[in-house]
Design a protein around this ligand. Structure first.
Ligand code: NAP
Length: 505
């Protein structure tokens, strides 16, 4: 959440996994766009690493092709690329080989000598999680991580596989780095609309008096995907929807909706208030897991006229897999503000469409004064925060329909990014990479937050692991998930809201 362009010091950005998919799709385009928008300092170097043997030139060619394919600003312009390209370097390295780190140190010193200035160094771990500990240890043992003011380490998702492994990783990182050097990424927090939840809640007086159990009936958070698991079965089968989405992205969205106002907008104040929410959330007994959660796995079906395979038939999939590709959970936040207000979270793959939406349903009016026939068209107020693909905040209110009779109608008061702003919103990774360079941890997960989120989902994970699902696959492609997900919310007299339509997917 940066505010000034001039504050980035000379920086070396080391990308472990430089030849990988994340760098191709997200990191390289984000760094290029930050350069394009004038955010990066003159004294700036990227060192990509991997075992693949590449020269600097070959690596630059590869990144150019990636940027041309994946950047939000389209193909790189010749002149800008010519200026950006000399900042990119490559080093062949096996992360397990301690000697490689001596070589990183040598190159960093070379940059510092050339720049005649000390550099901030960011080590970005865009590699499989099994390598996080060895890289962190090797950085520390090579004395490359010692200066807490200058050295930062960015850890990609997933952070741990369960509470015990997250604690273990936190412990290991804590042995080598100060917490203010550790940037645990949840890219959802970098999205414009997600950052705007805090602006909307805490820069306006309008909502705060209503933002509690007295006026809010329930909250729904849906993050749905039309895509299936594709060729990522190897990773996904050991994870599932609860670990992959709810433990991190959806719980972070819930925290932003439910948190108390922080005393100021500094990283620790904001993160203190978010961790308060996680700690206040009700832990499930095994019996409550059965009542308050639903899991599903997609079968085959048709999406937009194309036949698509079921989860167990995907490439390299386990034909007997018990992994959930859909999860829905009813949570409660046990504090004064939210006592008794259900938060329904759902996420899944191969659903009817892709969307991330938070809906806050307000309570009904206390007394209805209009003629009974108008009651048919009366709806409760609803606030719809649409994160993607549509980026908008929509307040649904009741109004009189034009005409001689008194009929009510739901109308939308809309703040729509595309209609309001002409500038393109930055990608989440642009925001987050810039924040790492500026040393701002507000949008990153602190160690205690990650552990609190794992602690919350562990009873569900344990219970699901112990009980093999007998009815997988239990939803077909292009549906909204298993029928039991409807029952979860219908038991309380509600239904899942239709997600707002958008021309984009
Ligand atoms: P990937 O495409 O499989 O890339 C893995 C990278 O690790 C490659 O650059 C590979 O380089 C490198 N690598 C593997 N073993 C190595 C070793 N022993 N020494 C040095 N380098 C090694 O994976 P990815 O999709 O980019 O994902 C990377 C991380 O980001 C994962 O933790 C993933 O969960 C996370 N993530 C990815 C995405 C995404 O969109 N892809 C999104 C969110 C999070 P060489 O083959 O050249 O050695």
């Amino acid at each position: 959440m940066s505010t000034a362009k001039s504050t980035i010091e000379p920086t070396v950005f080391v990308i472990f996994g430089g030849t990988g998919d994340l760098n191709a799709r997200k990191l390289a385009p984000a760094l290029y766009n930050l350069f394009l928008d004038g955010w990066l300092p003159e004294q700036f170097a990227i060192i990509g690493t991997g075992r693949t043997s590449l020269t600097d030139e070959a690596f630059r060619e590869k990144l150019l092709a990636d940027i041309n394919q994946f950047s939000r600003t389209g193909k790189a312009e010749k002149e800008t690329w010519a200026k950006f390209m000399p900042h990119i370097h490559y080093q062949v390295a096996d992360v397990k080989n301690a000697a490689s780190y001596t070589e990183f140190g040598r190159r960093i010193t070379e940059f510092e000598q050339e720049w005649k200035a000390p550099a901030n160094v960011i080590y970005y771990l865009a590699v499989a999680p099994e390598f996080f500990p060895i890289i962190a240890t090797n950085i520390a043992q090579s004395k490359l991580g010692a200066d807490p003011e200058r050295i930062r380490i960015v850890i990609e998702k997933p952070f741990g596989h369960d509470l015990a492994s997250a604690k273990e990783l936190n412990h290991l990182l804590g042995q080598h780095f100060n917490e203010r050097q550790i940037y645990r990424i949840d890219h959802y927090l970098g999205k414009e609309t997600v950052q705007n939840i805090m602006a909307f809640r805490f820069a306006n007086t309008l909502m705060e008096p209503l933002w509690n159990r007295n006026y809010i009936e329930h909250v729904q958070i849906s993050v749905t995907e039309q895509l299936g698991v594709g060729d990522r079965s190897g990773y996904y089968d050991g994870a599932g929807a609860l670990r992959d989405m709810i433990q991190n992205h959806l719980l972070q969205l819930l925290c932003l909706v439910a948190m108390e106002p922080p005393v100021n907008f500094t990283a620790d104040e904001v993160r203190n208030r978010k961790v308060d929410v996680l700690r206040a959330m009700r832990r499930f007994t095994p019996e409550e897991v059965r009542e308050s959660t639903v899991r599903g796995q997609y079968g085959s079906g048709w999406i937009e006229g194309k036949k698509v395979p079921g989860y167990r038939e995907e490439k390299d999939a386990n034909p007997k897999s018990n992994t959930e590709t859909f999860a829905a959970v009813k949570f409660f936040v046990d504090n004064w503000r939210w006592q008794g207000v259900p938060f329904y979270l759902r996420t899944g793959k191969r659903l009817h469409r892709s969307a991330s939406v938070i809906t806050i349903q307000f309570k009904d009016v206390p007394h209805f004064i209009f003629p009974p026939e108008t009651a048919e068209s009366q709806h409760q107020n609803r606030l719809i925060i649409s994160i993607q693909p549509e980026m908008s905040i929509r307040l649904q209110v009741q109004a009189k329909r034009p005409g001689l009779d008194m009929m009510l109608n739901t109308v939308d008061m809309v703040f729509d990014y595309d209609g309001t702003y002409t500038t393109q919103a930055p990608e989440a990774y642009e925001t987050l990479l810039l924040d790492t360079m500026m040393g701002d941890q507000t949008l990153f997960m602190r160690g205690d937050q990650v552990e609190a989120a794992w602690d919350l989902v562990m009873p569900i994970l344990n219970s699901w692991q112990q009980r093999t699902s007998q009815n997988f696959p239990n939803y077909s492609a292009d549906s909204w998930g298993p029928e039991v997900a409807e029952a979860l919310i219908a038991r309380d007299g509600f239904h899942w809201f239709t997600l707002p339509l958008s021309p984009k997917k």
